[in-house]
Design a protein around this ligand. Structure first.
Ligand code: TXA
Ligand code: MG
Length: 320
């Protein structure tokens, strides 16, 4: 069932579903999340089942703010500074799990750390407030496919697998949160996302380390192929072939009939907000017109470009 808008009865119903151990698709400013009570093992298990997600991949716990977060994980002064600067918003911190943390061990996949974020979307905040519980929520899509930025996207793939969909409109940021792991005074960028690296470095005064590429993935979800459309995706294309859908960026000749422009004004924020919806649209165009695949123009690395390029590379990676 899908509930529109920020109305009290929809929220109360959603909170009831969460308390009863069910699944609610909730809007956040990044992408829609598939939420369950993060302290309830059975509820968390339902998330993995609905997503078809490998259970070794831990989930982000969504909290109302620093106060709730402190009951779940340990904060160093640097971690606290980052939260003060960027919460609520698209920053996820991976921090040591508290011994007495209420988080389900399944939600954190048995790790001694946990990923935490306070979303800024008013409906996500209201749902956390109404339940008084941390909400485990991965993106509300089947594992490996494109993240949803509207309630309709969620309905497309998870309709029968979720108890309630809260419709909070199109996600304003459109790309997942930036994930940073903090150990004392060291911070490592695990996933580029909704807040540009430069902004985090400028405000925190630390330079973000890059994860050790040779080690096992430090964010276990960072498998090479992810966010994948059904059609093949070619990167850094200067022009499409006649049988490709073109994902353009900036000023381009748009006479090609299958052109979608991520941002005509070459703004990486606008492109991030359009990315997943346009990947879906391109996929549908490809199927409807039996085209050969998708071609994406080069995207600069500044601002949210780093996160966009990360998602495009995974979408283009060989499928396992
Ligand atoms: O914007 C977002 O972050 C969205 C919205 C719904 O909040 N959520 C999201 O969740 O993107 P998900 O599950 O698709 O991605 C979470 C990532 C995964 O790659 C997971 O492996 C990583 O966070 N992660 C979770 N816990 C971790 C931990 N303890 N250590 C390292 N990585 C962790
Ligand atoms: Mg995801």
């Amino acid at each position: 069932m899908r509930c529109k808008g920020h109305n009290k009865s929809a929220l109360e119903e959603a909170a009831g579903v969460i308390r009863a151990g069910g699944l609610v698709a909730m809007p956040t400013e990044t992408v829609y999340g598939l939420a369950a009570d993060a302290s309830n093992d059975m509820a968390v298990a339902k998330i993995f089942e609905a997503k078809g997600r490998p259970t070794f991949n831990p989930l982000i716990a969504h909290v109302s703010g620093l106060e709730m977060a402190r009951t779940l994980v340990e904060f160093s002064p640097l971690a606290e500074k980052l939260c003060q600067a960027f919460w609520p918003g698209p920053l996820t911190l991976v921090l040591p799990r508290r011994e007495d943390s209420a988080l389900s061990l399944l939600a954190t996949a048995g790790l001694d750390t946990a990923a935490i974020r306070a979303p800024s979307h008013p409906m996500a905040q209201a749902l956390i407030e109404a339940t008084g519980r941390p909400l485990a929520a991965p993106s509300a899509n089947r594992s490996g496919s494109i993240s949803p930025t509207t309630a309709a996207h969620v309905e497309d793939t998870l309709k029968d697998r979720v108890d309630l969909i809260l419709d909070g409109g199109a996600a304003s940021i459109g790309i997942e949160s930036t994930i940073i792991s903090v150990a004392e005074d060291q911070a490592t960028l695990l996933r580029p996302g909704g807040i540009p690296r430069s902004e985090i470095e400028a405000i925190s005064g630390v330079s973000l380390r890059m994860p050790d590429q040779d080690a096992a993935p430090s964010a276990p979800g960072m498998l090479a192929s992810h966010y994948a459309p059904s059609a093949c995706l070619r990167l850094n294309a200067t022009a499409p072939t006649a049988r490709e859908v073109f994902l353009a960026f900036g000023r381009h000749d748009e006479s090609h009939p299958y052109t979608l422009n991520l941002s005509r004004k070459a703004d990486t924020r606008e492109a991030a907000a359009n990315l997943f919806a346009m990947l879906r649209e391109a996929d549908a165009l490809c199927a409807a017109n039996t085209l050969s695949g998708l071609a994406a123009a080069a995207i600069p690395m500044d601002g949210l470009g780093e996160a966009i390029n990360d998602r495009l590379m995974r979408a283009a990676a060989p499928r396992s």
